[in-house]
Design a binder for this molecule. Structure first.
Ligand SMILES: Nc1nc2c(c(=O)[nH]1)N[C@H]1C(S)=C(S)[C@@H](COP(=O)(O)OP(=O)(O)OC[C@H]3O[C@@H](n4cnc5c(=O)[nH]c(N)nc54)[C@H](O)[C@@H]3O)O[C@H]1N2
Ligand SMILES: Nc1nc2c(c(=O)[nH]1)N[C@H]1C(S)=C(S)[C@@H](COP(=O)(O)OP(=O)(O)OC[C@H]3O[C@@H](n4cnc5c(=O)[nH]c(N)nc54)[C@H](O)[C@@H]3O)O[C@H]1N2
Ligand SMILES: [Mo]
Length: 688
């Protein structure tokens, strides 16, 4: 029950931040007379520590935004025009069900769900929605857009999405912040890193961009995008030649060290320096700092984030970095090792939530969300199967966030594609819908959460009644199921039922009800004595599973599809990492946050600008064979020579020319995990 505070009609409700961020904060929403007036960080939750990021502390501005979708809408103009007329829920759902039934009668695989982590909630994500598409026998979506390369890399190295417990970074004495702008995208990790820094730890940032986080670290290594694997190999080479190794740990708890050693010895610092575009002395110094912790009673830790795996070799790079702690025996300490994601630690009962058994053995083609641009344009063929005829989008804004926008937009613009979008706002994607259905926000529905940057499960209670006629995703799929004639009792489960099913008996639901969060049990130093969840139980330098797939069993440096310096026509490497005040494309329409970001910018090093006679603030055209995007130039030392940075992800309709950076990115995939390669992208820039 909400507990009362001072005013009679005022109370606070415990919730969870739903956004796709490692921090998954515990929220306290103050409600007065049925209106949410304030959203704060819950001081009782250790990882949240009572503080929120700028975005989520403005949550009421987003919830009560004048542009909130308040009723179902049906398209009245051409696709993409954004012309809609209000309709009733009954009219919308009857028509949607009828149209889906006609398509399903021909081939249900012509229907495709498209969803990601607009909410990370286990209930408003793939619970009733998963059941609905399984029962329908629809195509399955391969959800690769963010973390698949690194995730698969971790699985074939440590055995899963597992790693250090985030709180122990506070005790580390050396922290490598690798491919992560923590102050922007993982603020509550930064609290622990700052604590370590105050206690004398050295912080080193490895990032092509001099990020806000790099500003606060002792050192910054500005390597070229997609060269992290080469850097990790050269660190290994230095650890070997200087014998900064924990031989005992290597012998007892790793597999394939001899072969890895041979490969790493081929990477002296000079070789890696040429690939990474940095000085060999920087690599030697980094390896010396790291090697100092071999066999030490103090700990070195690595915080990787997904920024470094959005390139061709992202999976191998994550493998190589995740192997480093084994060389020096860092895992022996609770404050040592590596953390990319902890999501594998959560006992989520996915089969109970999504009910794959409802497919009843029917064929299920898989479509990769990263190649939606090409796949919406494919005709029916024996290899591909049926052309996509219906698309149901929820918790995602693909027209803005998927790579190679020209193709994505052409696909969504197909007049013969039936598109339904469940949303809070009229996004770039909603503009292409046949029906837009208003969804509730986190303040208005129940949910249960796992996290990927800490090890606490969270419960979200609704704080207010749904705004307008909005419904939770679950209710929309429940009502659609009924109209489609799906009779199984699981389609009637309430959101509270689903919250209980999410962890079954693996997490005590009463703890969630009582305090809003529950810390997962688990050892403080998970791999101090091996015990990796790999098939061998060892930290795997060599992966038999990869070898069995016909891939290299050992990790290697895999160059970019579009390597910096490989093209004279497009000499600049463009990366498009998160802007601090946005979350992917969420919050771009919140006025105060968009004002803080200003307008779409391209950061460029003054030397690259001088070579093109471009001035700070100039209007520029960023282009490559996939398209062009106009924005304003920002000359500063955040971008290194040869690399330009377009912070994202802006809504296309807020851009100068109705485009965003994804007009330039490609649909090429990563080495492992079939993920997109947003930061593997060559461009050139001219005055517009
Ligand atoms: N404020 C805010 N927070 C967010 C997000 C957001 O959009 N805004 N996004 C959320 C999401 S979806 C995710 S997945 C997470 C993590 O999101 P990530 O994509 O990991 O984002 P960042 O931690 O900002 O880290 C990206 C950093 O990696 C750097 N980088 C780019 N290419 C390379 C490379 O090749 N090598 C190396 N070493 N570094 C590279 C970028 O310059 C940037 O500073 O953050 C989440 N948190
Ligand atoms: N160029 C470039 N592109 C990128 C990235 C990059 O770094 N650079 N980052 C990539 C990454 S890491 C990711 S994770 C993806 C993210 O891509 P998406 O997962 O699509 O994330 P968002 O852009 O935040 O869009 C989420 C949408 O879900 C809606 N939503 C939120 N909660 C609910 C709900 O409860 N119900 C319904 N129906 N809708 C809801 C929000 O209003 C929002 O419009 O983008 C990727 N795209
Ligand atoms: Mo992401």
């Amino acid at each position: 029950m909400p507990h009362s505070t001072t005013a009679p009609h005022s109370f606070q409700v415990r919730g969870a931040c739903p956004h796709d961020c490692p921090d998954t904060c515990s929220l306290l929403t103050t409600v007065e007379n049925g209106v949410a007036i304030k959203v704060q960080g819950n001081p009782a939750h250790p990882h949240t520590g009572g503080s929120l990021c700028t975005k989520v502390s403005r949550y009421t501005e987003r919830t009560y935004h004048p542009d909130r979708l308040l009723q179902p809408m049906k398209r009245t103009g051409p696709k993409g025009s954004g012309q809609f007329a209000p309709v009733s829920w009954d009219e919308a759902l009857d028509d949607i069900a009828a149209r889906l039934n006609v398509i399903a009668a021909r081939d249900p695989q012509a229907i495709l769900p498209y969803s990601y982590a607009g909410t990370m909630g286990l209930v408003q994500g793939e619970s009733i929605a998963g059941r609905f598409f399984n029962k329908l026998g629809a195509s399955q979506l391969e959800r690769t857009i963010c973390a698949a390369a690194g995730g698969v890399g971790l699985v074939h190295t440590l055995g899963g999405k597992v790693g250090m417990r985030v709180e122990f970074f506070a005790e580390s004495k050396l922290i490598l912040i690798w491919g992560s702008n923590s102050i922007t995208s993982n603020l509550h990790f930064w609290r622990y890193a700052s604590q370590a820094k105050r206690d004398g730890a050295k912080l080193i940032c490895i990032d092509p961009r001099k990020s806000e986080t790099a500003d606060k670290c002792h050192e910054h290594i500005a390597l070229l995008p997609g060269t992290d694997g080469a850097l990790a190999l050269a660190i290994m080479q230095q650890l070997i030649v200087h014998d900064w190794l924990d031989h005992n740990y290597l012998a007892r708890y790793t597999l394939g060290w001899e072969q890895m050693r041979e490969r790493a010895l081929q990477w002296p610092p000079e070789r890696a320096a040429a690939v990474c575009g940095i000085d060999a002395s920087q690599i030697e110094s980094l390896a010396r700092d790291y090697g100092a912790f071999a066999n030490s009673n103090q700990a070195a830790a690595i915080r990787m984030n997904y920024g470094l795996q959005r390139v061709h070799g992202g999976g191998n790079a994550v493998r190589l970095i995740a192997l480093l702690p084994a060389l020096i025996g860092a895992w022996r300490h609770r404050a040592g090792g590596v953390l990319l994601s902890n999501s594998g630690a959560f006992p989520v009962q996915r089969a109970a939530l999504e009910r794959p058994d409802l497919r009843a053995g029917r064929a299920s083609r898989t479509i990769n969300m990263a190649t939606i641009g090409n796949d919406l344009l494919r005709p029916t063929s024996p290899e591909f199967g049926p052309a996509v005829e219906a698309l149901i989008v929820y918790n995602s804004n693909p027209v803005a966030i998927a790579p190679d926008s020209a193709k994505v937009v052409a696909g969504f613009a197909r007049e013969d594609l039936f598109t339904v979008v469940l949303e809070h706002f009229q996004t770039d994607t909603a503009d292409y819908a046949d029906y837009v259905l208003p969804a509730t926000t986190q303040l208005e529905h129940w949910d249960v959460h796992s996290a990927y940057g800490h090890t606490d499960a969270l419960l979200n209670r609704p704080a207010i009644a749904p705004v307008g006629q909005a419904w939770p995703n679950t209710q929309i799929f429940r009502e659609l199921s009924r109209r489609m004639g799906f009779a199984e009792p699981c389609f009637s489960d309430s959101d509270e039922d689903l919250c209980r099913q999410a962890y079954g008996d693996k997490v005590d639901f009463n703890t969630l009800l009582d305090q809003g969060f529950a810390t997962l049990p688990g050892p403080e130093a998970p791999f101090a004595q091996g015990g990796f969840p790999t098939p061998s139980g060892q930290c795997e330098f060599f992966s038999q599973r990869l070898a069995d797939l016909g891939l290299d069993g050992l990790p290697d440096h895999v160059p970019n599809h579009e390597s910096a310096g490989s093209s004279q026509t497009y000499p600049l490497a463009m990366i498009s990492p998160p802007a601090r005040n946005f979350l992917n494309s969420s919050f771009v329409n919140v006025g105060s946050l968009r004002q803080s970001e200003g307008e779409p910018l391209l950061e460029m090093h003054p030397a690259d600008a001088a070579a093109r006679q471009l001035q700070d603030g100039a209007l520029v055209r960023v282009f490559n064979p996939r398209g062009e995007h106009r924005c304003r130039l920002s000359l500063n030392d955040r971008a290194r020579p040869g690399v330009v940075v377009g912070l994202g992800v802006w809504w296309r309709k807020f851009g100068l020319d109705g485009h965003n950076v994804n007009q330039l990115t490609s649909q090429a995939l990563t080495d492992l995990g079939n993920a997109p390669t947003f930061y593997d992208c060559l461009v050139d820039v001219q005055a517009a």
